[in-house]
Design a protein. Structure first.
Length: 200
């Protein structure tokens, strides 16, 4: 989790660079960044209340809708630069649930199948409806779309598992994994940026 958080932080310089924010950002783009942050923070706070959601295979109509939408957003996120499907599952509070369901399925507990099917159906739907839409916005509203993505990434930092007792007892390991995550993400961003410049 700490490596993942470091990865999120490390991708911000890459996004700022490809958006050329010093020259292109106007007030409306900063507002879009704020909107992206607000969306992620709100979803995170709403799902933070259900601390044990990942430890059950129970379903309700509300959870079916939630997991389906989580699948759609997860697959859509894979089509965006620097956003992962796992990140969106975390935002929706579904990451722990899908990991638990998969672990139960490995143990031949087929009660986990409905959750996996619902999220899988959402992922398939997301791929079908999102590819052209995202491509359109990245081509025709590039800076606005990148500003929203930057907001999403900054907002994702609120998923950092702040636990004072854990942080104090594992400060060295936490710091190391955060730094490694940041460095890996930063280097990948530099490589991607260099390859894109060569192709231009």
């Amino acid at each position: 989790m700490f490596f993942f958080t470091g990865h999120i932080i490390g991708i911000i310089p890459y996004l700022l660079n490809i958006s050329n924010f010093k020259q292109t950002f106007e007030l409306k783009y900063y507002l879009m960044v704020f909107i992206g942050i607000a969306i992620i923070v709100i979803f995170t706070l709403l799902n933070h209340r259900d601390k044990h959601s990942g430890e059950t295979l129970s379903l309700s109509f509300g959870l079916i809708i939630k997991y389906y939408l989580a699948g759609i957003c997860a697959s859509s996120a894979m089509l965006l630069p620097s956003i992962s499907g796992s990140f969106m599952l975390l935002v929706f509070g579904a990451y722990g649930t899908i990991m638990f369901a998969l672990s139960e399925l490995v143990q031949l507990n087929f009660k986990a199948l409905p959750i996996i099917f619902i999220i899988g159906l959402g992922i398939l739907t997301g791929f079908m409806i999102s590819s052209r839409l995202i491509k359109y916005f990245l081509q025709h509203h590039t800076i606005m779309t990148l500003a929203l993505i930057i907001g999403f990434v900054i907002g994702a930092i609120c998923n950092f598992p702040w636990n004072s007792h854990q942080c104090l007892s594992m400060v060295n390991i936490i710091s190391l994994t955060l730094i490694i995550g940041f460095i890996v993400s930063y280097i990948l961003g530099k490589i991607t940026d260099r390859n894109e410049n060569k192709s231009i």
